[in-house]
Design a protein around this ligand. Structure first.
Ligand code: A2P
Length: 257
């Protein structure tokens, strides 16, 4: 059972965590309580989700600004931000430190200047956005990948692609007697990633944790390689022709789009 992955600091990260992005403030507390009862020991949270009274993109905002207005975007100083995060690690307040939404290029640049290399990269990852190049780079550097939106974030209203309806996921699910969501999550675990399915529904929180005592047979993996790839979370809030550091999606993702 892949319950935990070991990080480059020796700390262990629980392989299935609860996502809380888009969980409204009124229900997120109950969902977290239900998840902990079921056995979850990894909760993804962020100041930017507006449901917490933590940093998340290779972007920065004016001091004291609230919300995602493009005019509040500033040019991030990633090396000095990383120094501050390294200090948290040194102090013992964090057992491992990492980054989110970094391309292979940004990660490589960070590794050039980091004293403590990142232990984790949290990025969008699911069968429709598998990131094989980034996966290989992280593997070669000992950086663990945590996949967010592991179900393709249905229910955001803005994402048209329905990952859970993909025929490959449904074929594998039917073969194994599991749900397409469980297959998407188990695919992530078998790739060596931890996964952060968001749910505020107790039945689905349970279902998403029931991924440890079965596996997708190796011979079905080539099917996943056939899936047409598409980045679903593009980071449009961080791309602007005047403000911030990125004029185009190409720049934000360094061509990994
Ligand atoms: P809900 O909170 O009502 O369960 P992601 O983690 O990729 O962002 O996806 C989260 C979305 O997927 C939410 O809309 C969530 O709705 C839904 N969801 C979570 N678990 C499942 C599941 N097992 N089957 C189908 N949909 C799910």
């Amino acid at each position: 059972a892949i319950r935990y992955f070991e990080l480059n600091t020796g700390a262990k990260i629980p392989s299935v965590g609860l996502g809380t992005w888009q969980a409204s403030p009124g229900v997120v507390g109950a969902a977290v309580a239900a998840a902990i009862k079921i056995g979850y020991r990894h909760i993804d949270c962020a100041q930017a989700y507006d449901n917490e009274k933590e940093i998340h993109w290779p972007a920065s905002m004016k001091k004291g600004s609230v919300g995602f207005k493009p005019e509040n975007l500033t040019k991030p100083d990633i090396p000095s931000t990383w120094k501050a995060i390294e200090a948290l690690y040194d102090s013992g307040k964090a057992r491992a430190i990492g980054v989110s939404n970094f391309s292979s290029k940004k990660l490589g640049d960070l590794l050039q200047v980091a004293r403590v290399p990142p232990a984790v990269l949290q990025v969008e990852c699911h069968p429709v956005w598998q990131q094989p190049k980034l996966h290989a780079f992280c593997e070669s550097k000992g950086i663990h990948i945590t996949g967010y939106s592991p179900l393709g974030s249905p229910g955001t209203g803005t994402i048209k692609k329905e990952v859970l309806k993909h025929p490959v996921l449904n074929m594998v699910a039917e073969k194994l007697g599991k749900s397409p969501a469980q297959v998407a999550l188990r695919w992530g675990l078998q790739m060596g990633h931890s996964v952060l399915p968001k749910s505020t529904n107790e039945t689905r929180i349970k279902e998403n944790f029931d991924v440890f005592d079965w596996s997708i047979p190796e011979e079905l993996f080539p099917k996943f390689a056939e899936i047409e790839q598409e980045r679903l979370i593009r980071g449009s809030g961080f791309v602007h022709d005047t403000f911030g550091a990125y004029r185009t999606f190409e720049e934000l993702w360094d061509g990994e789009i």
